[in-house]
Design a protein around this ligand. Structure first.
Ligand SMILES: [Fe+2]
Length: 203
């Protein structure tokens, strides 16, 4: 992390957007995607600790949670071949690709039947995908690579690790309750600006 100011600006802009957009999800997704696309177009701000893969599980590092829990920002780190179950979010979400690539596949529920699966979509660095109960909320996400780590930055319309949501069996459409949690109990410190302030002190 050599440019924490980039993430601080993103959080400030997103906070202003949350106040402006309120419950207007269309505006939130449209303008929020632009902010996220700008953030992930530079790979110079994410702390190394929040970019570490796990040999077994994909990682979800909370980077920031709005004090009113209107939005949260999470780095997802995909080890080689790792993937999610089929799941929903219940709130709006944006997925911004920063390193490597993901394969996203959308699913539709049809009562008592196998789920309808869409074609896998490849998400490349700089691209932003969107989900929500209104535009399609059920998907499966996988690292597109079997031999390298991929990393994406996600923004959700809630404290996503603590949201009651669901995983699905695509063969039957059966759902199970799911609360994702986070992979770390600590947050990175993007807000230590003491060095730059000290540099302005008169000697
Ligand atoms: Fe997801």
């Amino acid at each position: 992390m050599n440019n924490p100011a980039r993430f601080r600006s993103f959080v400030a802009d997103f906070t202003r957007l949350s106040a402006r957009a309120g419950e207007d999800e269309t505006l939130m997704l449209a303008d929020g995607s632009k902010l996220l696309a700008a953030l992930i177009s530079h790979d110079d701000w994410l702390p190394e600790a929040c970019a570490q893969p796990h040999p077994q599980y994909y990682q979800q590092f909370l980077l920031f949670c709005d004090s009113l829990e209107r939005f949260s920002v999470v780095s997802f780190v995909w080890g080689p071949g790792q993937k999610t179950p089929v799941h929903d979010h219940t709130v709006w979400g944006m997925v911004g690709m920063m390193r490597g690539a993901e394969l996203c596949r959308r699913f539709e529920l049809s009562a008592g039947q196998p789920m309808k699966a869409g074609a896998p979509q490849r998400l490349l660095p700089g691209q932003v995908d969107r989900v929500s109960p209104h535009i399609g909320d059920i998907h499966e996400v996988a690292n597109a690579y079997d031999d390298r780590v991929s990393l994406s930055i996600h923004v959700y319309g809630a404290n996503i690790g603590a949201v009651k949501r669901h995983v699905y069996d695509p063969e039957t459409g059966m759902e199970k309750p799911f609360v994702s949690g986070y992979s770390s109990t600590v947050l990175p410190n993007f807000w230590d600006r003491s060095a730059e302030v000290r540099a302005t002190l008169e000697k």
